[in-house]
Every structure is written in C-alpha cells, then in structure tokens.
Design a protein around this ligand. Sequence first.
Ligand SMILES: [Zn+2]
Length: 242
Amino acid sequence: MPVREPPAREARTLLLRAGSVDYTLVRRRGRRGVGLKVDSSGLTVSAPLTVPVARVEKMVLESESWVLGKLAVWRRRQVPVQRWDDGASLPWLGEALTLRLLAGRRAFAEIAGAELRVAVPAANDDAVRRAVVAWYRRTALAHLAQRAFFFSRLAVLAPPRVLLSSANSRWGSCNSRREVRLAWRLVKARPALVDYVVCHELAHLRHMNHSREFWAEVGRLCPDYRMLREELEATDHLYRSF
Ligand SMILES: [Zn+2]
C-alpha cells in the first residue's frame, strides 16, 4: 500500500493592509484549491503542492476582511491564562477571590473573606493548582447540590442525586436514574448562570429532550433563561482557564 505523506506545515507571516498576520501554510498532495481556516490556533491556509506561495498569499489578501473578522472573534473568545502566584485573581461565583499563598507542611485551601488561602509544601504552580481545584470541587458540590435541592422543591420533583463532572465542553447532563452531573467549573460563573444550568438539567428530569414543553419547564423555574443562556454561551471561555 502506498504510504500517505504527511502534509508539510510551514509557519509564515503575511503583510496585510491592516498589518502582518502569522499563519500556517499546509501543503497537501492531491488537494484541490486553496482553503482558509481560522480557529483557536489562528489562520491556517491549505494549498496543493503545485500552487506558488505568491498565488496562495494573493488569495489570503483577497479574503483579508473575512480573515481579520474571524481572528478578532477568536481573540475575544480566548481562554484567559490563570496565574498561580500570591495575589492572583480567581473567578468564583461571578466575583474574584485573591489567591493567598501560605507556608504549610500539608496542602490545604480555605476561604477567608475575599481571599482563598492556600498552603502547599512546595509552592510550585502545579501544587497550588491542585489544591485550588480540590477546594473548587468540594465547594462546588455543596453549592450545586444546594441549588438543585432548592429548584427541585420549586419544580415539585424529588431532589436528584448531584454529581460533579470535569467536563470542559458541557455544563451539565442527566440520566434516567435521576442523576444530575454538573461541571464544577461552572461555579466560576455568576450565581444566576449556575442556576440556569441547574434548572436546565432539572427540567430534563421531566422532559428528556429539548422540546417546547422542556423549555416551558425551564422558563417556569428560571424566567430569565433566554438571556442567561445567551450570556453563558458568550462568556463560557472565561470559565475554562483551569
Ligand atoms: Zn439540555
């Protein structure tokens, strides 16, 4: 069998009217035409082996406004980089906690006012992150279970079993065993957004679909759900930094 050659990738810079843009040129044997793609890793241009670079770049220039528009959207949606040094800011229920590093022989984390005090034997970023995540998971479970209990009373439902998930791409799920799984990362968002996700999953205990009846049930529990759903979609990259 013929061995398929991997595509050749080359990092290049192109001067546009609005400034220079870095891109990856991918050369693929057998490809027809030039294709442009913009995603979290920036601009990628795929082209057949035979098309000269000058012609490839002319095509990018012709799509300049499309490329710049897409790059701007991705830049706005970039996941923030979390710092782990003393004084760093941590998102918590729509507010900011200040990370306070203490010396300690055993790892622990506790909240004190607007500070999250964290002690680790060796203050490296990874150890701090692990202690912080353990605290987030612990307190997220308490908060989420309490909100699920509150809304299940409102919905006249038996309270479901609440479990945590580490999912980064979906905020909640549920199953026919009445288990609701909620992403612990959600507690970085403001409480109304957390409540929307809780109500969404509780409504699934009645309607295992996204029918009109389902959305009516969500609206009964959470009247602002449309606005909150949009806000969560527009800001969810902010809650993915760790
Ligand atoms: Zn759903």
